[in-house]
Design a protein around this ligand. Sequence first.
Ligand code: TYD
Ligand code: MG
Length: 466
Amino acid sequence: MAGNKDKVKFVCSNCGAESPRWLGRCPVCGEWNTMEERTEKAASPAVRPLAALHASKNPMKLSAIQTGKHDRLPLAMPEVDRPLGGGLVRGSVILLGGEPGIGKSTLVFQICRAVSGLGERVLYCSGEESEIQIKMRADRLHMDGERCFVVSGADMNDVITEAKRLKPALLVIDSIQTMYLGETASPMGSPNQIRDCTALLVRLAKEENVAVLIIGHVTKEGNLAGPRMLEHMVDVVLYLEGDRSYQFRILRTVKNRFGSTAESGLFMMGGEGLKGIEDPSSYLLRGRGAGTAGSIAAACMEGQRALLAEIQALSVHSVLAVPRRIAVGFDYNRLIVLLAVLEKRARVPFSQEDVYVNVAGGFKVRETAADLAAALAVVSVKWDVPVPAGLTALGEIGLTGEVLPVSHIGLRLRECVRMHMTSFLLPEGNRKDADAFFAAHPDAGRQVAYIGKVGEALALLKAAKA
Ligand code: TYD
Ligand code: MG
C-alpha cells in the first residue's frame, strides 16, 4: 500500500517554493506563515499543466507556426483599449487589481456594456454583490441588459458550466477572492483556492476562446492579494489606481502579452461611472494657483503621454524638534533627499522648517524628472517669491546638486507649449534635443535657460522677484 499513500508536502502560497516539512518562514521569498500543507493526489483538472492546452505534441519549426492577428474586440473606450494593447483579445485572461471602492466593478461594467454593444454576450459572476445590487449599478450606468447575464454566487464549477452553456465573449469574475472550488480543500480566499480557480479560468479561456476578466483585491501594500504566481498565470495585469478622495483614476498596465506595458488610461469618476480624460493637463491644472508662491506646473510622463501637473509646496517655521515633512502625490523619500541637497549644495536650509508638498488633483508624480520643479516650489514658498505662471522646470537633481537630463524631452516640451508655458528651465544635458525642438516650433514665444547646478535655477528664481 505504501506506493498509494498520498504524499504530503508544504508549499509556499506566495512564491510556490516547496519543502518536505513545515516552516514558519519561506526560505525562498522570506514571507511568514505562508507554508501550506498539500497532499499530492492524482492531479485535479485545475492543476494539470496549462501548457497542455497549447496542444502540439511534436516540436515545430518556428518559421512554420502560423500566428495570424489576435482576434480583438475593440471596445471604443480609448482609455481602456490602449492599456489592453488595442482592445480585448478573445481567449485572453486579464487580471484587474485595485483598492476597495476605487471603481473596479464600475469600470468592468462599462467594459461589459461595450462588449454587449458589439452584439456579443457577457457573463458577469459576482461573489460580492446580489443580483439586485448588480442591477442597481447597471441602471446607474444606463446599461441595456439584453446580452448581459449575471450570476451571483461563488461556486467555480457552476460558473464554468454556465460559461460553457452561454458561450459569452467575455466572462467577468468579481472577485477571484470570493470564488470557491469544492475540490480544493482550503477556505475561500486562500491562496490555494485563488490559484486553482484561476487555473480553471485560464483553461476555460483557452478552450472556449472567451476573454476572462478577473477582479482581484489588493493588500495593504498595494499588491494583488493571493499568490504572486497569479500574475504569471494570466496574460494581462492591470491596476486601477487613484485616491478615493479625488475623482482622478489611472488604469495602468503591469504586464501584457499582447502589447506594451508603457500605456495607461486616465479617467474621472463621476455620477455615471468612469469617464476617459482626453486632456489630462487641463484637468489637473484647472483652478491652479498660478502666480502664488509655492506653485509650479511640471511636465510628467504617464505611460507614453506627457501631462502637466501642479506641484504645490508649503513651508512654515517648525515648532517641533524634528520638523515635519508631508508629501501627497510625491515620493516622501525623494522630498527628504531634495531638501538635503538644497541645504547642502544651494545653502537653503530647511532644518528648522516643516515642509509640505502636494500634487493637485490626485495625480501621483512617479519620476525624478520633476525634481527641479519640486525644488523650485519649495524654495519659492520659503522665499515668498512666486514662480512666474508661464515658467516650468524639468530635471532630475543628483546628490551633488547637478541637474540631470530627463527622458522624452520632445513630448514634454510639446505639452508645455500646448499648455501655454513660455519660460523653461531645462537640464544642460537636454540642450541638443530641446534646441532642436524649439527650432522646429519657432511660433512658441519663450525663454529657455539650461541649468547645470540646482543653484543656478534658484538664482533665476530670485532674479524673477527683482
Ligand atoms: P466600485 O466600482 O464598486 O468599486 P470597487 O469594485 O473597486 O470596490 O465603486 C466604487 C465607488 O464609486 C463607490 O463608492 C460609488 C462610486 N461610483 C460613482 O461615483 N459613480 C458611479 O457611476 C458608480 C457606479 C459608482
Ligand atoms: Mg467591486
